[in-house]
Write a protein that binds this ligand. Structure first.
Ligand SMILES: *Cc1c(COP(=O)(O)O)cnc(C)c1O
Length: 372
């Protein structure tokens, strides 16, 4: 049976995902960190780009280890790449230990309770099942504290039941070069690796990969860089862009000087204007913070390289753009929302957020078009 593929005009916008660029980004990262192993963070549906396509492409490029947040995400990766190693960052989510053991998912253990849970599952299974240990070196989120880690290292009764395949930590400020917390975390992680000699170690996310080979250890876990996002905050991304988002104009309407556009009558153009209406809105992740109002510039799109500013408040399903200066703009003309003229970093900045949130909020109702 043929699948119904919605036209971009019917799905609001066309989201084009360049899988060749994704693969090139992973290969570049793998080369940078060799001989360390380059895994991939694919949580939140492959950072919003579609888990299936992302995992299939990375696996075929040679990526063997994937990090997800949740057991359910892990199951999806397993069904796509059965021989892949899949770590579940949120650990033994209450009630999930048996399922993870049965399906070969590896929890990232970060507390005494989880460690005991997993040791119990191993006893029941009659074998040592693989898992990672997560030690918190300064994030104060998930993971054993430094004191707990030292204690756990001495608990052979628990550790001997489990196959500890990785010891890891996560950097809080890697995207801000020279942040003092990073140096402290690196030092603490050194102590952690000495507690677990011979166990492969991992601390680097995308930015960590670029902070020198001392952070590569045996494995790195980049996410955002693979998807074309910025590595260091406020600096352009050196990676190949992966995402392009375009939406067709539904209609162009004249708005006379002094009239207002959209909810709240937030913006009143001070010239006779031509306003293009596009069917994308905050329900599609086109964040409302990119709205404009009198005296406050909002976000912008582009038509063939020419900037077209957002006009007024962004609605749930609609956004208005000022196309007065682009006479060719007409019903059906595509407005670029993210792409060569509106880089992901730029869109993130005018939405008041970060690349990660723009990607993971990309509309579920958009047509996702994966190309090579
Ligand atoms: C998300 C995540 C990563 C990947 O981080 P990026 O900044 O996207 O490279 C790595 N490790 C952990 C624990 C994560 O949660």
């Amino acid at each position: 049976m043929e699948h119904h593929r919605p036209e971009s005009t019917q799905a609001g916008a066309r989201l084009t995902i360049d899988l060749a660029a994704l693969e090139a980004n992973w290969r570049a990262m793998a080369r940078l960190v060799a001989p360390a192993d380059c895994a991939a963070a694919v949580k939140a549906d492959g950072y919003g780009l579609g888990l299936e396509a992302v995992v299939a492409r990375l696996a075929s490029a040679g990526c063997r280890t994937f990090f997800v947040a949740l057991p359910t995400e892990g199951l999806r990766v397993k069904s796509l790449a059965g021989s892949a190693t899949v770590y579940v960052l949120n650990g033994v989510v209450p009630g999930s230990a048996d399922m993870m053991a049965r399906t070969g998912l590896r929890p990232v253990l970060g507390s005494r309770e989880e460690l005991e849970d997993w040791a119990g599952v191993c006893v029941a299974a009659g074998r040592r099942l693989p898992a990672a240990l997560h030690v918190d070196t300064g994030m104060n989120r998930l993971g054993f504290t430094m004191e707990e880690a030292a204690d756990v290292a001495g608990r052979r009764d628990l550790l001997d039941r489990i196959d500890i395949t990785l010891v890891m930590s996560h950097l809080a400020c890697a995207d801000v070069p020279d942040h003092p917390l990073t140096a402290r975390q690196i030092e603490r992680f050194g102590a952690v690796t000495r507690l677990f000699p011979g166990v492969p170690a991992s601390i680097a996310n995308s930015a960590g990969c670029h902070l020198g080979s001392a952070l590569h250890h045996q494995m790195v876990r980049p996410g955002i860089a693979l998807y074309g996002g910025a590595i260091f905050a406020g600096r352009p991304s050196p990676m190949r862009p992966v995402v392009r988002l375009e939406a067709p104009i539904l209609r162009v309407r004249p708005v006379a000087s002094g009239q207002s556009v959209g909810y709240g009558a937030a913006e009143q153009p001070d010239r006779d204007s031509r306003i293009a209406i596009v069917s994308t809105g905050y329900a599609d992740g086109y964040h409302r913070l990119a709205s404009s109002r009198d005296g406050h510039k909002g976000g912008h799109g582009a038509i063939e390289g020419r900037t077209v500013p957002v006009m007024g408040r962004i609605s749930m399903d609609l956004t208005a753009f000022d196309v007065t200066d682009v006479p060719a703009a007409a019903r059906g003309t595509m407005i670029e929302l993210i792409g060569p003229s509106v880089p992901l970093q730029t869109a993130a900045a005018f939405m008041g957020t970060i690349d990660y949130e723009v990607l993971t909020s990309l509309g579920r109702r958009y047509e996702r078009h994966h190309v090579s």
